[in-house]
Design a protein around this ligand. Structure first.
Ligand code: NAG
Ligand code: NAG
Ligand code: NAG
Ligand code: NAG
Ligand code: NAG
Length: 425
């Protein structure tokens, strides 16, 4: 069972190569995941707020629940009138979306946009949806013959990129973030920012080198807590990334992931809504309650767990297990106050790393990793994480370490070899 997954991914990987080769000829890159059936899954979009917008306005751009938007970003929902809180321009948010399977390819098609005066396909794509879609993709999805005449009030489908890869990455639960590369990004910076590795990012995105360019869309795997709800549950497939929350069961339950472990933990939400019983049968425990009892052989842990939302009822399961040690109190991901300004994230800002010495001197970069400026980025988009000069300097350092991989066929063989080794291990 465990050994099957890498083989399966290799298969996907091969298919990706074929697709990517075709895609390369056309336009900017995004990861394409073939899919077979009509199952949908959960994914995230990396979205940059284009102007000051209320929480509810951002949510309605994607037709999602404002509370789901807040919890996905670990924003405290107990603030009064939080849905009308105004989010600052250029704030980066994770948008939880449903990822469907359309014509054999994973994509999100649940987003619709009603045009307003002065909208153009380019402004909708590049600004309002922050580069997650291109003007051409909107034009195609809506069979628009003349993009220069957009009727005001016309409802457009906005196809958005998403991937699921079966909710796993290297056999561990993961949710995928569709991330629009900015002019100052390097693959090394993105890997550090999202606590993943260069090779994992390259593998997931079927890349032959670490070169990325602005407006490429990368799939970034985020470690997550998976649920195990039955297929007929309304929230089947719920998956919560480490460090965040999700609201489910008609706002009755709140589930969190991390920081201590990657076990999904659900408990009653503090929102004032009426809910069906959350008590476990034959016990006085509520969903989220855990009791421990020291016994000779270890610690007897009884917990009342959430098992999915079925026909308007909250399914609960009581489980008892003997564990070597009693678990400590449940820990929760830290919540943040509704943001009022964009804090520049300097934690992972590229800086001249010790790497540059080991990588063979300070000579000119061997491969072109500088980002071309011929992109459709917003004029107002400030570089995040420091001056562009230092960013690209570091990029070349990071790239020269991986330079042998820039040779595409070699990279393919290498990666397949790694995959193969992983499969037999
Ligand atoms: C998808 O993942 C599940 C476990 O999360 C596993 O049981 C199933 O076999 C996987 N399917 C494929 C096609 O890899
Ligand atoms: C989850 O997040 C916490 C806090 O950010 C981190 O310490 C921990 O290593 C993460 N766990 C995984 C598996 O990524
Ligand atoms: C059970 O959970 C409820 C709601 O989260 C909480 O109020 C209560 O104190 C818990 N009871 C025990 C015994 O832990
Ligand atoms: C563990 O606790 C449960 C409920 O309190 C009890 O039914 C069970 O017998 C206990 N098991 C052991 C091994 O002590
Ligand atoms: C949900 O309710 C409908 C009718 O009320 C019933 O036919 C169906 O079997 C129920 N589904 C489950 C999973 O209980």
């Amino acid at each position: 069972m465990v050994n099957q997954k890498p083989f399966h991914k290799t298969h996907i990987f091969l298919s990706l190569l074929v697709f990517t080769n075709v895609a390369l000829l056309v336009t900017s890159k995004s990861t394409i995941e073939p899919c077979a059936n009509s199952d949908s899954c959960n994914a995230l979009l990396g979205y940059t707020v284009y102007t000051e917008l209320k929480v509810s306005e951002v949510a309605s751009l994607f037709q999602i629940d404002p509370i789901a938007l807040l919890t996905a970003n670990a924003i405290d929902i107990s603030y009064p009138d939080v849905e009308n809180h105004i989010l600052p321009s250029q704030l980066f948010l994770k948008i939880p979306i449903v990822c469907s399977c359309v014509d054999g390819i994973r994509k999100s098609v649940s987003t619709h946009y009603k045009t307003r005066p002065s909208d153009t396909l380019a402004s909708i794509a590049d600004s309002i949806y922050s580069g997650l879609v291109s003007a051409d993709q909107i034009r195609e999805a809506n069979s628009i013959s003349d993009p220069s005449v957009l009727d005001v009030g016309q409802t457009l489908v906005v196809p958005l990129p998403c991937t699921c890869f079966n909710g796993t990455d290297n056999s561990l639960p993961a949710i995928y973030l569709s991330y629009v590369v900015t002019p100052v990004d390097t693959l090394a910076w993105i890997a550090a920012r999202y606590s993943t590795t260069l090779s994992d990012l390259m593998n997931v995105n079927a890349m032959g080198s670490t070169a990325i360019k602005a407006s490429d869309i990368l799939a970034i795997p985020l470690p997550a807590c998976a649920s195990n709800f039955p297929r007929y549950a309304a929230d089947y497939g719920l998956i919560v990334p480490n460090g965040s929350y999700a609201i489910t069961a008609s706002h009755c339950l709140q589930c969190s992931c991390g920081p201590g472990n990657l076990n999904l933990y659900c408990q009653p939400a503090s929102l004032a809504v009426s809910c069906s019983s959350m008590q476990c049968r034959n016990s006085n425990l509520m969903v989220g309650n855990v009791t421990v009892q020291q016994s000779g052989g270890g610690c007897n842990v009884t917990s009342c767990n959430y098992g999915g939302f079925v026909n308007g009822s909250i399914i609960t399961t009581l489980s008892t297990s003997l564990q070597p040690r009693c678990p400590g109190a449940q820990k929760f991901p830290p919540l943040i106050a509704p943001p009022t300004s964009v804090i520049r994230d300097t934690t992972f800002a590229p800086s001249p790393a010790p790497q540059s010495d080991g990588a063979g001197g300070t000579g000119a970069p061997k491969s072109s990793s500088s980002v071309p400026s011929t992109t459709s980025m917003l004029p107002g988009l400030a570089p995040i994480g420091g001056p562009a000069g230092s960013a690209s300097g570091s990029a070349s350092d990071a790239c020269s370490l991986i330079n042998p991989l820039a040779n595409f066929p070699t990279a393919v063989l290498l990666l397949l070899y790694v995959k193969f080794m992983m499969a037999i291990l």
